[in-house]
Write a protein that binds this ligand. Sequence first.
Ligand SMILES: [Zn+2]
Length: 224
Amino acid sequence: METDRANLRLIRTGDPVDPAAAASTHSAFDISPARLDAVRLLSLDAYGRVLDWMSWQDATCLYARGAVAWTLGEPCLVVHGGTNRLSGERSVQPLHPIIAARGHARAHALAPTPALTNAALFARDQHLCLYCGRDCSRQQLTRDHVKPLSQGGRDIWENVVTACFHCNSRKGGRTPQQASMPLLAVPYRPSWVEHLILSNRNILADQMAFLKNHLPRRSPRFSA
Ligand SMILES: [Zn+2]
């Protein structure tokens, strides 16, 4: 399907939607291409199992291929396609915030371990230094190995915390006990659903409600 970015509109979640008219109603508002690209649709398999975020382009392909099994939530984006030469009408495809594709996911696609990146780590720890508790800018944050690599510590979720540059330098190659620098929280491996929440700053209300219902019962960060 051909898409026309200039004519894409983001409409507020929860507003009553007439997809064909959404782009011209006052409930729609323009968003910049950069913000548009930040919008993610939540992809599920046909059984409702959470897979991943997908771009509006990938979502549009699913609709165009007839591969959408069902959706949840009111449309949050409307994609305007090409104009039909015979009828002169433009195709309009509303995209829903949560989209289940036909078929079931392979086992390995379900609940993978989130990759341990600095961005994901800092998001897990809410950009706080877990030693001094300060809220730091991205540039001041580092990945600290609770049990240092030099002492046989591993580079895994359960052994890394966010630390400010100052605290990391002060701790050096010591454990928190050796350095007398107690941790403010115990490091943990986020579930896949937590990871999806932490890795997206533009989660729509319907998506957040759905994801919160799929969190593990005892999530350290979120209450279901
Ligand atoms: Zn600190």
